[in-house]
Design a protein around this ligand. Structure first.
Ligand SMILES: O=P(O)(O)O[C@@H]1[C@@H](OP(=O)(O)O)[C@H](OP(=O)(O)O)[C@H](O)[C@H](OP(=O)(O)O)[C@H]1OP(=O)(O)O
Ligand SMILES: Nc1ncnc2c1ncn2[C@@H]1O[C@H](COP(=O)(O)OP(=O)(O)O)[C@@H](O)[C@H]1O
Length: 332
């Protein structure tokens, strides 16, 4: 029996008669192929990954297991449609805290149409993508059995300012994420989830080491999904903290060139997570606690002043990105 994924935090959703992913009881995640080149591109990427002997085993574990494609009834009622069949990352988790972090200050590939570039550029400018090199595309943080999850809408998440992103990275590993958003995150779970030899930071560093070398692929608009089971962490047990790379609709051949866009965003994410580990109590952000509450609960209304400033200061970066586009074209 196929159903809507209970723990999806971003992307297209199979709700209100729309096309989106489905999951089954056996732990498989079915992602519908988009009709245009994005669908074929993502399948081609997974096939290439499966057969490319140049990908080290310890790096393969950062990608969802791929079981091929399958025709299944689409969630929008349009009949049988081809879907990617992947391992369901959230399978077996009871109340997973999940964060989808879209990596890279630029989310379109050199091949993209002008219209698509403009659409992406607007999202990049209005999010933390330009200033930080990544943005939170969506998230859920488990609070308690009674309160369920704190799950700001994906539009709200994407509009988090730089300071809000820093706050959310701390809130993600805090025990006091209840209703009261005035509370300063205690980062009580930082060392268990972000730290340690098997923790999130260690995994991100392993991924970074590969990105410093690999020139096979360029990953545009790809996300790192960060997942852990908070209740286990609170009990002092192994919370199964893991990262997985997802969303490969815009992956292209690297042609011997380092993926600077992804690497830059990854380094930036690593820096913020490292800072939380080294100084968990020094994270008081410039946003006042009151503003936190307003910005984090008031979701889609208006762009805060901070973000307007970022848009202005982003212009230099935009110019850089245009230059990068032509450089990429030169290379290819
Ligand atoms: O359809 P939208 O407006 O929700 O945009 C999708 C994005 O959702 P968002 O609204 O930014 O959360 C979505 O972003 P997330 O995966 O949610 O971060 C993708 O960028 C998607 O593009 P593509 O399928 O990768 O080419 C985007 O799809 P397209 O609009 O490009 O088809
Ligand atoms: N293999 C997977 N297992 C479990 N959840 C997944 C998996 N892949 C994606 N998701 C969930 O679906 C969301 C959207 O996935 P994504 O591949 O980015 O789709 P889209 O192309 O629609 O943006 C992610 O944020 C995550 O919550």
């Amino acid at each position: 029996m196929l159903k809507v994924p209970p723990h999806q935090v971003a992307g297209h959703e199979a709700v209100d008669g729309k096309l989106g992913p489905l999951v089954d009881e056996s732990g498989r995640f079915y992602k519908p192929l988009q009709d245009d080149e994005r669908g074929s591109n993502e399948v081609a990427f997974y096939r290439s990954l499966s057969t490319n002997s140049g990908i080290p085993e310890h790096i393969r574990r950062f990608f969802p297991t791929f079981y091929g494609t399958q025709l299944i009834e689409a969630s929008d009622g349009s009949g049988l449609k081809p879907h990617l069949v992947l391992k369901d990352i959230a399978r077996g988790q009871v109340n997973p805290s999940i964060m989808d972090v879209k990596i890279g200050s630029r989310t379109w590939a050199p091949e993209a149409s002008q219209e698509y570039v403009e659409k992406c550029l607007k999202k990049d400018r209005e999010s933390s993508s330009l200033p930080l090199g990544f943005r939170i595309s969506g998230l859920q943080i488990f609070r308690s059995k009674e309160l369920g999850f704190w799950k700001p809408g994906k539009k709200a998440a994407q509009k988090f300012s730089t300071e809000e992103v820093k706050l959310v990275l701390r809130r993600f590993v805090s025990s006091n994420t209840l209703n009261d958003l005035d509370l300063e995150p205690d980062c009580a779970l930082a060392s268990t989830v972000y730290g340690g030899s098997a923790g999130i930071l260690s995994q991100l560093l392993e991924l970074k080491a590969w990105f410093e070398d690999q020139t096979i692929y360029h990953f545009y608009a790809c996300s790192i999904l960060v997942v852990f089971e908070k209740e286990l962490a609170l009990e002092g047990r192994n919370p199964g903290a893991q990262i997985k790379l997802i969303d490969f609709a815009h992956v292209y051949e690297g042609r011997g060139v380092i993926d600077h866009n992804f690497l830059g965003g990854l380094c930036s994410l690593i820096k913020f997570i490292s800072e939380i580990l080294t100084a968990p109590n020094e994270g008081k952000t410039e946003v006042s606690a009151k503003d936190d509450q307003k910005n984090l609960t008031n979701t889609d209304n208006g762009v805060v002043a901070d973000q307007e400033n970022l848009i202005k200061s982003g212009n230099g970066i935009v110019a850089d990105q245009k230059n990068l586009t032509s450089t990429d074209n030169d290379v290819s």
